[in-house]
Design a protein around this ligand. Sequence first.
Ligand code: PAF
Length: 281
Amino acid sequence: MANKIIIVRTIAELRRHIATWRADGLSVGLVPTMGALHDGHFSLVEQSIKTTDRTVTTLFVNPKQFGPHEDLDVYPRDEAADVAALAEKGVHMLFAPSLDEMYAEESVTAISVPGIGDVLEGSFRPGFFTGVATVVAKLLIQALPDRAFFGEKDYQQLRVITRMTEDLDIPVEIVGCPIVREEDGLALSSRNAYLSPEERKNAPALGQALQKVKDELAAGTSITATVEAAKASLLNGGFTKVDYIAVCDRNSLEELETPTKEARILGAAWLGKTRLIDNLG
Ligand code: PAF
């Protein structure tokens, strides 16, 4: 049965509702999203509902995290469908601010997270993590929830947000939630909607290549040899370009020379015009 969901569009309204909940002694969970919601997002919502008294989802397609040639203009948007699904899941409030509400014309401050925000995704998508860190810092400060929930699908994003939250002493617990996958192993992503039927068939190969890297490292193959083999297998399997496959320390995301138990294997590759990312621990 669908919940009555409160929809707010201003920071003042968001704060007013949260203050009322706080006055009643209720805890608050925040699930930031850019909409186009799928089961990956719903797993974050479920985690929030399970562990806090009131769940707020945010819906804001943040232009600051898109590069000039990226998909901001065509990013999938369907607020009515998202609202209906969130109500069905029992979310209490949706914060869906306008661009002007989120970024006043005179606003110039940006938050960068050097090091961990410069490698991997950061080196292929300059400015991306500054855009993410800036909007997430704003959302956390606007709502001041007890916990905020992010998917491990965007593993580097989760690490950047955790670092930023700690560095800025924002009193919010950042909770990472496991990747949700289709039956054939493809990690759920709003951008999967861009895949043609042929590309969709080939897409699970990215996750499979990362799993093979993991298995081969466990069997004693060197990182260089297994990573090169994984890149070649993707290019043979219909992927048009591999940005990276990397074996990194799971906290710092520094690339490892020899595998350890703390390793996280991350990859990004293109199927035509669609860029997919995936990772596993
Ligand atoms: O992962 C996303 O959807 C976005 O990067 C986030 C965290 C909502 C910030 O815009």
